[in-house]
Design a protein around this ligand. Structure first.
Ligand SMILES: Cc1cc2nc3c(=O)[nH]c(=O)nc-3n(C[C@H](O)[C@H](O)[C@H](O)COP(=O)(O)OP(=O)(O)OC[C@H]3O[C@@H](n4cnc5c(N)ncnc54)[C@H](O)[C@@H]3O)c2cc1C
Length: 469
């Protein structure tokens, strides 16, 4: 049994804790109320049928209930990183893994070896869900690991491309990619500052990706060399995935995103001539999200490439706000959850309309756990006559979260992807901690999923008791 990822050490760097200061109860209550109020929504969109879980095993139901119960304690979620490392020290690595592996890890991670991952993927396929593999490697400022590590990360990503398409787990395979696993965050931050005054030509970036020794303005010799190497690494992923796997590039922090978007756009220009094989992510909690999306649509038209969009609300709200305050900048995040929702709905509408006009050219994944957003997307899809299982519109949730949404959609014939991290307990622990904190509001609000799980469990127990009589 070998891990598919490179040694754990580089992965187990815990980064800045992205704490959120959201009052989870308020938006979630508002959300539930609105879900019940929309008379035009199809019945299944109330997401209230416990039968959605019928394909889950008895143990999976109990595990999910237990893990979500733990996630409902804010102090546990907020401090899970510290708690896990203390527990690991106290009980030792083996004992720790024995507890974490069948519980939290199994709930949110696909496995470590190819065999374990294949098992998880087959279960997922049986439920009608598509996996979207995600190598859980990312870096923040101060964590840069050097060229050798980035090459190892490249190997892990290429393995991910290979697994995503060679196993037949999905008819339209997708995977996620974080550019900061391949290019240092320091360089991305520097490029972002340079982009405020310099314009970087997309063709120049494409030529650099293809191996030409380009000198980019504003960079030192060593920064330039690192950028060239980083671009070539990304090019290899593009080459390996084109016509096989759609690569969804993640959005990260605003002090790096412009550089990440520039690189992603260059990849799109190179690889998205026939179809959207490289996608970018738009974080609707940003005040500028609508403009960013409009610019991307314009650029894709001007430069004649197809556009793939991952639409999210955004995961780094608290840190973004803290940074803006510390640096005396205007907060880049919308003032309220409602504004973020308006922004999400607006971007969704723009994309769905474009797709209805040209489904070959534009694609979207509605990546959210929010029932209201999903309902809106589904309702608009039906109004615009978009296919439920066409490849232009699909839905995305994280593995182990909001299965009642994913499974209901899948059962109704929509195309649903679960973002699936994989790797050893050590490899994925930092990922799990980050995701738990980023999705705190979602995790603490999954009372409905817990109620549905309980109902399904009760139904099965009643069945067993009745059969035994
Ligand atoms: C498949 C997939 C891929 C993803 N990729 C990325 C990615 O590349 N980059 C990324 O950043 N995130 C990414 N995410 C994470 C996503 O951003 C979080 O899951 C998301 O923020 C939670 O939002 P929601 O729509 O699921 O839930 P909701 O509960 O509806 O929304 C919560 C979100 O609303 C926003 N919000 C909450 N309170 C406020 C407030 N007071 N003011 C303004 N905004 C507020 C925040 O973004 C918060 O996370 C991804 C998620 C999925 C499922």
């Amino acid at each position: 049994m070998h891990s598919l990822l490179r040694p754990a050490a580089a992965l187990s760097r815990l980064t800045s804790v992205r704490l959120k200061s959201v009052d989870s109860s308020q938006p979630l209550t508002a959300k539930r109320d609105r879900n019940l109020c929309d008379p035009s929504a199809p019945d299944f969109l109330t997401f209230e049928d416990p039968q959605a879980f019928k394909a889950k095993s008895f143990w999976e139901l109990i595990r999910a209930l237990g893990v979500f119960r733990l996630c409902s304690f804010p102090s546990l979620v907020n401090n899970c990183g510290k708690l896990m490392s203390i527990t690991r020290k106290l009980v030792g690595k083996r004992c720790f893994c024995m507890v974490v592996r069948p519980s939290v890890y199994a709930q949110f991670v696909a496995g470590e070896t190819e065999g374990e991952i294949a098992d998880s993927m087959q279960k997922m396929s049986a439920l009608g869900l598509h996996p979207m593999l995600a190598v859980p490697i990312e870096e923040d400022l101060g964590e840069s690991t050097g060229e050798r590590r980035y090459d190892e990360n490249l190997a892990a990503m290429l393995e991910c491309v290979h697994m995503s398409h060679s196993k037949g787990w999905s008819k339209n395979p997708m995977m996620q990619l974080k550019i900061t696993a391949l290019v240092s965050p320091e360089l991305c931050a520097k490029l972002t500052s340079l982009l405020k005054t310099e314009q970087y030509d997309l063709n120049l970036l494409v030529r650099a990706m293809e191996g030409e020794k380009v000198q980019f303005p504003g960079l030192t010799e060593s920064e330039n060399t690192h950028l060239l190497l980083g671009l070539q690494r990304l090019y290899k992923i593009g080459e390996a995935s084109v016509n096989k796997v759609r690569v969804l590039v993640d959005a990260e922090y605003t002090y790096m995103n412009p550089a990440l978007s520039l690189i992603t756009t260059a990849l799109m220009k190179k690889f998205n001539q026939q179809s959207a094989w490289i996608w970018n992510t738009y974080q609707c909690y940003l005040k500028e999200s609508r403009n960013l999306l409009s610019d991307a649509i314009q650029t894709s038209a001007d430069q004649s490439f197809c556009l793939g969009v991952k639409l999210v609300r955004g995961a780094y709200m608290d840190k973004e706000r803290q940074l803006a305050e510390k640096q005396g900048r205007t907060d880049p995040i919308h003032e309220s959850w409602e504004r973020t929702n308006d922004s999400y709905n607006g971007c969704l509408e723009i994309m769905l309309k474009l797709i209805s006009e040209d489904p070959e050219r534009y694609m979207i994944i509605v990546a959210t756990h929010n029932e209201e957003s999903v309902r809106r997307a589904v309702t608009r899809m039906e109004e615009l006559g978009l296919d439920r299982d066409g490849s232009s519109v699909c839905f995305g949730q994280l593995l182990g979260m909001c299965d009642h949404v994913s499974l209901t959609l899948a059962q109704q014939g929509f195309s649903v992807y679960k973002s699936v991290p994989y790797g050893s307990v050590d490899d994925t622990l930092p990922y799990l901690v980050r995701r738990a904190q980023e999705n705190r509001t979602v995790l603490q609000g999954i009372r409905k999923e817990r109620d549905l799980l309980r109902l399904e469990l009760r139904r099965r127990l009643t069945e067993i008791i009745t059969a035994a009589r």
